[in-house]
Ligand binder design. Structure first.
Ligand code: C5P
Length: 405
């Protein structure tokens, strides 16, 4: 049984090369048990035929307000109300502009304006069109109305130019919608704070001390917590990965001190804090305002000072009901070291990654973890994707009741 079984999805298709991918998306929805009603703009028919789409969805495709030969009226209001979700993929710059400004000159935009259901928009266009301030402003307007924007990916475009504007792959769009319906509410109303990624400690305007953390684990945890109903804020160092869940907010910082400051601002209203960042242990004692030159008479010495321990600082201020969870990346005597860290940082749980396990740790897409409470091991995962491990960690947190341990 999938989260999409029996759901009514209006799939809006507009006139872009990526329209051929809508066939795959429709197929994924149908295979997951959803009913799909395709609404195409007139321009979309130049890119993919209504015959293909109606064969895949078992429903006539709607483009016009009337069927020409019978005079049958297609009610955009009825379709809008029938929908459990409306997905516009691909969404061209023109349709995005019309949606943002209520220019209801076709069936797709009128249906959008009548829809009560959540709306997902997957833009697809050339990089310059996507980067144009009018597109940016229109997407911001649409996001402000509560629509979910599925950001395009960067890659080769139909124009053969390389850049951002390529419609996200059908599988990704599908999983965003599937997850939306698969959400549960165990953490509804709760704020979850997550630190993620590396920190950069500035040496001079062009150099820093950093590490190879990518932030994948922290972002996966953020999506997993949001899927359980939480409102999540990720305080992230310099990372490229982005969350896909609309309830996740990312606050970008650079140094450990900035990370601590942001976390301190948010900690009071936080129910669960997960410290997944690879915080640099040391920062340069002095920052050189200008680039340190090579033509020094002596090789410069970098004097370091200790960074604040964010997990420890915040966990020492914990009030009853707040849970803090840390990570331990160990190479030897793993469980003993992790248990010591749990106690010394006043954490409720600690997630142990062993660097001895191939496929676990920095930069990989997979992980394998052991979760410890003060009473000992409470969960162990085999090697799996960071997304699956994230869901397991959130499950373990949900099951953990500190008063019974
Ligand atoms: O002491 P160690 O760096 O191994 O501890 C790892 C845990 O502590 C992780 O949860 C990490 O995010 C957190 N940490 C922190 N601030 C630091 C160092 C580590 O929050 N300065």
């Amino acid at each position: 049984m999938t989260a999409l079984k029996g759901k009514h999805i209006v799939l809006g298709i507009t006139g872009g090369i990526a329209a051929y991918k809508s066939a795959i998306l429709a197929r994924l929805f149908v295979k997951a048990g959803a009913e799909v009603q395709v609404v195409m703009t007139p321009a979309a028919r130049e890119f993919i035929t209504p015959v293909t789409m109606s064969a895949l969805t078992d429903k006539p495709v709607i483009t016009e307000f009337f069927t020409a030969n019978t005079g049958e009226w297609h009610s955009h209001v009825d379709i809008g109300l029938w929908a459990d979700a409306m997905v516009i993929a691909p969404a061209t710059a023109s349709t995005i502009a019309k949606m943002a400004h209520g220019v209801a000159d076709n069936m797709l935009v009128t249906t959008y304006l009548s829809a009560k259901a959540p709306v997902f928009i997957a833009p697809a266009m050339d990089l310059d069109m996507f980067a144009h301030p009018s597109t940016t402003a229109n997407l911001k307007t649409l996001a402000g109305y509560g629509n979910h924007i599925i950001e395009p990916a960067a890659g080769e475009l139909a124009s053969h130019l390389i850049g951002k504007g390529r419609m996200e792959e059908p599988e990704v769009i599908f999983s965003v919608i599937e997850r939306f319906f698969g959400d549960t509410a165990e953490l509804a109303g709760k704020h979850v704070l997550i630190t993620a990624g590396p920190t950069y400690e500035k040496i001079d305007p062009v150099r820093f001390i950093g590490n190879y953390s990518t932030g994948k684990m922290g972002i996966a945890l953020a999506d997993a917590a949001a899927a359980r109903g939480a409102d999540v804020t990720v305080v992230a160092g310099p990372v490229d990965v982005k969350p896909t869940h609309p309830r996740v907010k990312v606050v970008k910082v650079e140094s450990a001190r900035q990370m601590l400051e942001k976390c301190e601002d948010l900690f009071d209203e936080t129910s669960i804090a997960i410290f997944a960042a690879a915080v640099a242990d040391y920062a340069p004692a002095e920052y050189a305002d200008t680039k340190i030159k090579r033509e020094h008479t002596q090789v410069p010495t970098l004097r370091l000072i200790k960074n604040p321990d964010i997990a420890k600082t915040l966990s020492s201020k914990k009030h009853p009901g707040q849970l803090t969870i840390g990570f331990a990346l160990e190479t030897d005597n793993e469980k003993v070291n992790a248990a010591e860290k749990l106690a010394s940082k006043n954490l409720d749980l600690i997630v142990l990654n062993s660097l001895r396990d191939a496929g676990a740790g920095f930069g990989t897409d997979t992980n394998k973890v052991t979760i410890l409470s003060p009473a000992g091991i409470i969960a162990d995962t085999p090697l799996k994707s960071k997304r699956e491990v994230a869901a397991d960690i959130i499950n373990a947190i949900l099951k953990y009741d500190p008063f019974t341990h």
